[in-house]
Design a protein around this ligand. Structure first.
Ligand code: ZN
Length: 241
């Protein structure tokens, strides 16, 4: 999923806020598109927005304005030129932004799991945001009252607490498991290892995003709205208190 030259720190520790790194490459000789030897900056993907923050060398601060994956590399877009290959830099995440997105991401998994358990609806996508997040799912019959119930059930589960853990399994193992096989078979052949995120006994699925350690950290979900996006497609919006 990611090239081996960059150590991906956010997968090892989603709470890492500051670290030292080295500039190892520019994309297409563009000094504002840098690759680091180690990064905790999350690139846009899987419905989770990119991180922001800064890279500093000798008190010169470069703002990280965008982070994306390109050809398997994590590319950091900085606001001005001047950084050199081989520079030893200090990186700082915009933690308030990241932590909010971590809480939103774990909340989306909990709510998706409940919608799926209660209705067997297929979850077709999600988009996390700082102010609100949304989940898309296929469900023929539904009403707003039902959605309030699911949010309430998610809040009850969250209040009880529960650990979130990640582990890696082989593609072969994922394909042999009923709940993971459809997704595993859809992945490109190059991907032989799959990271599985487990939330207590609530949810288990392949995931490359950043999450909180315990669902208690989510706080409380608040229902915002539900929209019809077609005959079967529904979209629920929620925020966090
Ligand atoms: Zn996810």
């Amino acid at each position: 999923m990611t090239n081996t030259q960059t150590q991906v720190l956010y997968l090892e520790d989603s709470y890492l806020k500051e670290w030292d790194a080295e500039i190892i490459e520019f994309i297409e000789n563009n000094e504002k598109q840098v690759i680091l030897d180690k990064t905790a900056f999350y690139p846009l993907g899987g419905g989770q927005p990119n991180d922001e923050g800064s890279i500093t060398i000798n008190s010169e601060k470069y703002k990280v304005i965008n982070v994306k994956k390109s050809d398997g590399k994590i590319v950091h877009e900085i606001d001005h030129e001047g950084i050199k290959i081989g520079d030893k830099v200090h990186c700082i995440l915009d933690w308030e932004r990241r932590y909010k997105l971590m809480r939103m991401h774990t909340a989306a998994h909990v709510l998706s799991a409940i919608i799926n358990q209660q209705t067997q609806a297929l979850i077709t996508g999600n988009q996390l945001g700082l102010d609100k997040s949304r989940i898309d799912f296929d469900l023929e019959k539904f009403d707003k009252g039902q959605m309030h119930t699911f949010i309430e059930m998610a809040n009850q589960a969250i209040a009880k607490g529960g650990e979130i853990t990640a582990h890696t399994i082989s593609r072969q193992e994922a394909e042999s498991r009923e709940n993971l096989c459809k997704l595993a078979k859809g992945l490109p052949p190059a991907i032989q290892e799959i990271r599985i995120l487990k939330i207590k006994d609530i949810d288990e699925q392949p995931d490359g995003g950043t999450h909180v350690k315990d669902i208690k950290e989510i706080g409380k979900l608040v229902f915002l709205d539900v929209e019809n996006k077609g005959a079967k497609r529904r979209r629920i919006y929620f925020t966090l208190e």
